[in-house]
Design a protein around this ligand. Structure first.
Ligand code: SF4
Ligand code: SF4
Length: 280
């Protein structure tokens, strides 16, 4: 089963939920797909067993073969290759690795070269538990390639938890693709509700099954609960805000190791999402 955990914005406690739920379970794999700001590794101790580069291909134009016909520029939807009068300009920030420009080039002037856009790190947390996270190279604008690589490496995992990037960008869409169930982590504030609604729209458009965990449930108001009821969205759990939780997390510790309350919350979520058969 593949479970994606997502949120409308950063700071809702999505990573807290991901690393604690993963740690609560007896086995499984967690991937941190928030590749622009990965932080799951701050809480999950283990042995770093492997790191891999994620490469992207960018076009290289042979000036001796190029006739400046303009066909590559016409083809590229991303304006990543623009033929000027005496030079074809390639914008590495914009290219999307589709391979189309070389297909339309009549003189075979375009070849591709590899560029590292990020890395994937593998950590063995315990015998039955693996944690992977991606890290986007500074200066790169899209983490989708790394997210796709993380998903590909773990596609055959029996139990996979996906810590998605916050928001509803293409990175989030890529992260939740193929998930069997999604958990939205939201706050009970007007902003939290508004952000959550965007995620609900996304998940409905993607035909995903989902439920909601309301974090910091003792702050804010009841609007979010009325909304969930009206929209027939399952409320999986409410988790209160506690200064002590913040202090524990700030030390890079897992809440399930320090709080029976939090551990019980993880057990309830696991039971609801995985069924009675979850292996704890
Ligand atoms: S399609 Fe090929 S020949 Fe035409 S401008 Fe682009 S690189 Fe040059
Ligand atoms: S590979 Fe695709 S995205 Fe990249 S420059 Fe060529 S046409 Fe544009």
């Amino acid at each position: 089963m593949k479970i994606a955990i997502l949120s409308g914005k950063g700071g809702t406690g999505k990573t807290t939920l991901s690393v604690n739920l993963f740690s609560f379970l007896n086995k499984g794999t967690l991937i941190d797909t928030d590749v622009e700001e990965p932080n799951g590794h701050l809480f999950l101790k283990g042995e770093l067993i492997k790191e891999e580069s994620v490469l992207k291909k960018y076009p290289h134009v042979n000036d001796d073969l190029c006739t400046y016909c303009g066909k590559c520029g016409d083809f590229c939807n991303f304006n990543a290759i623009i033929p000027a009068k005496k030079k074809v300009l390639v914008f590495q920030d914009l290219y999307h690795d589709c391979g189309g420009c070389s297909l339309v080039c009549p003189t075979n002037a375009i070849t591709y070269q590899d560029k590292e856009v990020g890395k994937i790190y593998y950590t063995q947390v315990s015998k039955n538990k693996l944690f992977l996270y991606g890290n986007l190279t500074v200066g790169e604008v899209s983490g989708v390639k790394i997210i796709e690589a993380l998903k590909e490496k773990t596609e055959n995992e029996e139990l996979l938890i996906i810590d998605s990037p916050p928001g509803t960008s293409c990175s989030t869409v890529s992260a939740i693709d193929g998930a069997d169930y999604c958990i939205i982590c939201a706050e009970a504030t007007p902003f939290g509700l508004s952000d959550m609604k965007m995620v609900v729209e996304l998940l409905r458009a993607e035909n995903q099954n989902f439920g909601v965990v309301v974090n910091k449930s003792n702050l804010g108001n009841d609007e979010i609960y009325h909304y969930l009821e009206e929209e027939h969205i399952e409320l999986l759990e409410k988790i209160k805000f506690d200064r002590e939780f913040a202090r524990i997390m700030a030390q890079g510790e897992l809440l399930i190791n320090h709080s029976e309350y939090f551990k019980e919350k993880m057990a309830n979520i696991a039971r609801k999402v995985l069924g009675e058969s979850y292996d704890q």
